[in-house]
Design a protein around this ligand. Structure first.
Ligand code: ADP
Ligand code: MG
Ligand code: ZN
Length: 602
């Protein structure tokens, strides 16, 4: 693009040069010699001039051709000096005529040429500017890429390992396919669907697949594109986008990386953020203003839902959130199969083995892995990709990811597996604890290497003392399990310990559940983010009481830890079985674990 314009500029310059040359030629080609007036008089007196044409200030003439003077028949020009010329001319028999000087062509040139040059320069500058900055001529027009239905060949087939998210999106597709049918039945569509999940899990891909599956136009743009340099343009862009989308309904508007636009307002308003705020406000206005019945679905993706402005998540806006989580082993196997479609590989390739080698990897990592393995095969002059290339590619990628702290080594995975089983088995053994939903050792972010999900069966407003104690025991189960299995403990429990301690402290200080301290209430410590004043008890209780509180908290914790140890020692073989299963599958459902427990404890 750039190169092309440089060429054009050279062409214009060449053109201008040619015009100038032509201009010169036109006047000089006639070979009119300019001579001094004295020479003209000389020629005249020598009777060497045949004819002249006289204008107000110059004389053009022709030298006689039969004369002996040099330059015979030549045209000449001179500046007129003598006003009484006609007498002289008559005297020497020269035909003469007066002429009104025609300045038409001269004027034309002197006007036209600069105009042509300026128009030319302006034209090329404009062209350059618009080519470098699309939207220069149409400020405020949105830059959304519109993919028409036939350009989108992404379908649900191309997205694997996120079955739950796909399931939830099916409803959106059904709606887009037949909006009338849907609304006719009284169904109410969500206005906005927010895809939430770690980077590279396929959120953008899923949004495209929804458009591909439902065969509707897809307006796609990223949040940062909204935020413009010129104030007011982002808002104009949003308005324009919605107008366009309504004309094309049913269709999808997809805002990728919504967090760039939708960061909570009011933080760090040191100027310069107003533009983003205006744009966000406009988006909120548009979202409120449109009726989902017209068939426009707003989709967005983010990997940082926690920083989004709460207004975006209110009912009637992005009221449906879909989690696109890291894939488990089964999911990774399916994703690998998707990407292996375009690649020749040996039949002996063990895809499930590759999936087992890549815990913690997301779709983008796996796509990269397949690509890397294929490149290795090419470098080795192989016809087909084999396991050897995949092993090497995994090593390379893992080395890269380990730096980012996202993968855990096999040893750590084992510790995490036993730790999580500790939580789960204590929870399952104690009555009144929330049932275990699932256990997972798929690392999420940096903080949590694994998790045990418990879901309460009902909303709770009151907790009994025994329930709180059971909860503490469950929290301590992770560390207890590590101690039993490895005779060593890890730092992985620090979050559990903090939660358990909080509960115990509240029991003693706020709920009056300790006989030593009694039925008294001490306000919880207020933490100031700026001042570290050490231990504060706000003067509410004496140092002696503080000591008793500490002792009581410690006692609760250590009693519950002993309980957890006891439970787990009695169920050691279940821990072993469960951990093996978890290490293999990375995720077990609560049902499976209960079945395992029933089988072994009876
Ligand atoms: P995100 O938007 O969540 O950051 P993308 O959708 O941009 O991730 O994914 C990047 C690439 O990784 C995709 O183009 C695709 O090749 C691959 N990919 C990611 N997730 C999946 C998946 N679930 N199934 C198949 N391929 C995936
Ligand atoms: Mg994306
Ligand atoms: Zn834990």
């Amino acid at each position: 693009m750039e190169k092309h314009h440089k060429f054009s500029i050279w062409y214009t310059l060449l053109g201008i040069w040619l015009v100038l040359i032509l201009h010169n030629l036109l006047f000089s080609a006639l070979a009119i010699r300019t001579i001094p007036y004295s020479e003209f008089l000389q020629l005249l007196k020598e009777n060497n001039v045949t004819e002249v044409a006289i204008t107000a200030n110059q004389i053009q003439g022709k030298i006689k051709s039969n004369s002996a003077t040099p330059g015979q028949g030549e045209l000449f020009r001179t500046v007129r000096v003598d006003p009484e010329l006609s007498k002289l001319l008559e005297e020497y028999n020269v035909t003469f005529k007066g002429e009104i000087e025609s300045t038409f062509f001269k004027n034309l040139f002197s006007w036209l040429l600069p105009i042509i040059v300026f128009v030319g320069i302006w034209y090329f500058l404009m062209k350059r500017m618009t080519s470098q900055q699309p939207g220069f001529m149409m400020l405020g027009k949105n830059k959304a890429k519109i993919y028409m239905q036939d350009e989108l060949d992404v379908t649900f087939e191309d997205v694997a390992g996120v079955d739950e998210s796909k399931q939830e999106l099916m409803e959106v597709i059904d709606f887009l396919k037949e909006p009338e049918k849907f609304t006719g039945l009284g169904g109410k569509m969500p206005k906005g669907v927010l895809l939430v999940g770690p980077p590279g899990t396929g959120k953008t891909l899923l949004a495209k697949a929804v458009a591909g599956e439902s065969q509707v136009p897809f307006f796609s743009l990223s949040g940062s594109e909204f935020v413009e340099m010129f104030v007011g343009l982002g808002a104009a862009r949003v308005r324009d986008l919605f107008i366009q989308a309504k004309q094309k309904a049913p269709c999808i508007i997809f805002i990728d990386e919504l967090d760039a636009l939708g960061k909570a307002r009011g933080f760090g308003t040191m100027g310069g953020h107003d533009e983003r705020e205006q744009t966000l406000n406009q988006l909120l206005v548009e979202m409120d203003g449109f009726d989902p019945k017209v068939g426009v679905i707003l989709m967005a993706a983010t990997n940082r839902p926690e920083i989004l402005d709460p207004a975006l998540l209110r009912p009637g806006r992005f009221d449906r959130q879909i989690l696109v989580d890291r894939p488990d082993k089964q999911g990774r196997e399916e994703i690998l199969k998707v990407h292996l479609r375009n690649i020749k590989y040996e039949e002996t390739l063990d895809i499930s083995q590759i999936a087992a080698m890549t815990p913690g990897m997301v779709g983008a990592d796996l796509a990269n892995l397949v690509n890397e393995a294929a490149l290795l095969a090419v470098r080795r002059n192989k016809q087909k990709v084999s396991m050897a290339e995949f092993e090497e590619a995994v090593e390379r990628i893992v080395a890269g990811l380990e730096k980012k702290n996202r993968l855990i080594n096999p040893n750590e995975r084992k510790i995490v597996a036993y730790h999580e089983l500790g939580h789960a088995i204590v929870a399952l053994s104690l009555p009144g604890t929330d049932p275990v939903q699932k256990i997972s050792i798929i690392p999420r972010g940096i903080a949590a290497l694994g998790y045990t999900m418990q879901r309460p069966t009902e909303d709770r407003y009151l907790m009994k003392k025994t329930e709180l104690l059971n909860r503490i025991a469950t929290l301590l189960g992770g560390r207890a399990s590590e101690e039993i299995i490895f005779q060593d403990i890890s730092t992985g429990a620090h979050n559990d310990l903090s939660k358990a301690t909080d509960i115990a402290r509240s029991m003693v200080k706020e709920y009056g559940m300790s006989s030593e301290v009694g039925q008294v209430y001490f306000a919880p410590e207020k933490k100031s983010p700026f001042l570290d004043l050490g231990r504060r008890n706000g003067g509410e209780y004496s140092e002696a009481t503080a000591e008793i509180i500490d002792k009581e908290v410690k006692e609760i914790i250590s009693n519950q830890y002993s309980r957890a140890l006891e439970i787990l020692r009695a169920n050691k073989d279940i821990i072993e079985k469960g951990a093996a299963l978890l290490l293999e599958k990375e995720k077990i459902e609560g049902e499976e674990l209960r079945a395992l427990m029933d089988k072994f404890s009876s």
